[in-house]
Write a protein that binds this ligand. Structure first.
Ligand code: HEM
Length: 406
């Protein structure tokens, strides 16, 4: 528990000074003493594992539609409003079912197996650079590069444009933070407009030269669905591509950065992994549990209900704090211990239910290959400086992580 912290006065839009550096003691206090906490703005903050599970499992009662929340936040004509109320993650059935079905093909076991050699080759290249230089800034030189390459390949975005996407993604996803400055709002709106123009142009070029469009690229498949006239509208097409490009790298980047960071803070775990390489799968799950890349999800109730004995009226917005649920001692014994052989490990980092992360198997594959190769090849890696953590609540982001070969 944190001295001087009163969970009953917690405000997600104005968190205590120490929260960004280490949110977990605050969340433990909330989970224990105010698990369904009424935020000063009238929304609710949920921190118990069982409450999050029951919300994820009931999409009729708990809607993902964000129009009521984002109308006042962005303005109903803002590009950010259009994006965050059209992408698959923030809509309900039947539209959600129709759209999710269109890109499921990209995440089948067979489709992912085809990516494996490419991921291995990319990782080997980054590690060769570490070998040569003796040190690495992990975010720029490994954890951002790998997922952006993979998701851009998956969609069919040209290699030279991938850096553009990074900036747009940060601006668009930062707009999901509970509290926004005017400058952040403007940057997010500009990024949506530029991203849409970019994709429109790319789709137009693909249509003009269909022989250049690989049939397995998500962009091509979604563009064909839009041309079909019924499966996808033109605006839906653009926003699914934007969402997929953003979702496919921002979170995975943070997963990889946190994985390297946690292992270096717990060098005994590197030894354990190298002695027993089969631990790679539970290790990746533990990284995901311990530092959930997406710390908060949201839903809005469509009817009256109760959680942990607290009555919530219809129309309540809940902040589901995945970061707190993932450390709920009722589900995870000794939850603040980083244990690469934790089993079972039913963390909620990919959510649950109908919106469960479509790319979870891809993200896991990237992490397993990256960590296995990194720690086997460089067992004596060390931190060169403390990691720098971004001032964001929803996404737990490392912005700089310097390591040496040791
Ligand atoms: C560590 C990496 C990742 C994490 C932690 C993560 C987390 C999540 C979470 C929590 C959701 C559900 C949000 C909600 O229910 O409100 C989600 C949805 C989604 N994710 Fe991921 N994600 C990751 C990687 C990826 C990748 C690599 C891709 C694609 C290449 C991807 C594509 C998607 C899609 C398409 C959805 C929307 C699913 C739907 O609404 O039906 N994600 N992700």
């Amino acid at each position: 528990m944190v001295t001087g912290f009163d969970p009953h006065t917690f405000d997600l839009r104005n968190v205590p000074a120490g929260y960004i550096a280490d949110p977990y003691p605050y969340l433990a206090d909330l989970r224990k003493n105010a698990p369904v906490h009424r935020n000063p703005d009238g929304t609710y903050v949920l921190t118990r594992y069982d409450d999050l599970v029951s919300v994820y499992r009931d999409p009729k009662l708990w809607s993902s539609d964000k129009r009521a929340d984002f109308g006042p936040k962005f303005g109903p004509d803002a590009p950010l409003f259009e994006h965050h109320t059209t992408s698959v993650v923030f809509i309900d059935p039947p539209d959600h079912t129709r759209i999710r079905k269109l890109f499921q093909f990209a995440f089948t076991r067979k489709a992912l197996a085809a990516f494996e050699p490419r991921i291995s080759k990319l990782v080997d290249g980054y590690l060769d650079q570490l070998e040569d230089q003796g040190r690495m800034e992990v975010v720029d030189e490994l954890s951002f590069r790998l997922p952006i390459e993979v998701v851009a390949d998956m969609l069919g975005v040209p290699g030279e444009d991938r850096m553009l996407i990074r900036e747009w993604a940060v601006a668009i996803l930062t707009a999901l933070e509970p509290e926004l400055t005017q400058a952040q709002q403007e940057a997010g709106n500009a990024a949506v407009v530029e991203f849409k123009n970019y994709l429109r142009d790319l789709i137009r070029r693909r249509r003009a030269r269909p022989e250049q469009a690989a049939p397995t690229e998500v962009l091509t498949v979604l563009a064909d669905a839009e041309a079909d006239g019924e499966k996808l509208s033109a605006i839906e097409l653009l926003h699914q591509c934007i969402f997929m490009l953003n979702a496919g790298h921002e979170t995975s980047t943070n997963m990889i950065s946190h994985g390297v960071h946690e292992m270096l803070r717990n060098p005994g775990e590197i030894l354990r992994l190298n002695e027993n390489p089969d631990l790679i799968e539970p290790m990746v799950e533990e990284v995901l549990r311990f530092q959930a890349p997406i710390q908060i999800n949201n839903r809005r109730s469509t009817g009256d209900c109760a959680l942990s004995g607290v009555d919530l009226p219809a129309g309540s917005t809940v902040h589901m704090i995945v970061a707190a649920a993932n450390r709920d001692p009722a589900q995870f014994p000794d939850p603040d211990r980083f244990d690469i052989n934790r089993r079972p490990n039913r963390h909620l980092s990919f959510a649950l239910g109908i919106h469960i992360c479509a790319g979870n198997a891809l993200a896991r594959l990237e992490a397993q290959i990256a960590f296995r190769k990194l720690f086997a090849r460089f067992p004596t890696l060390a931190l060169e400086a403390p990691a720098k953590i971004a001032n964001r609540l929803r996404f737990r982001e490392i912005i700089e992580l310097r390591i040496t070969r040791g």
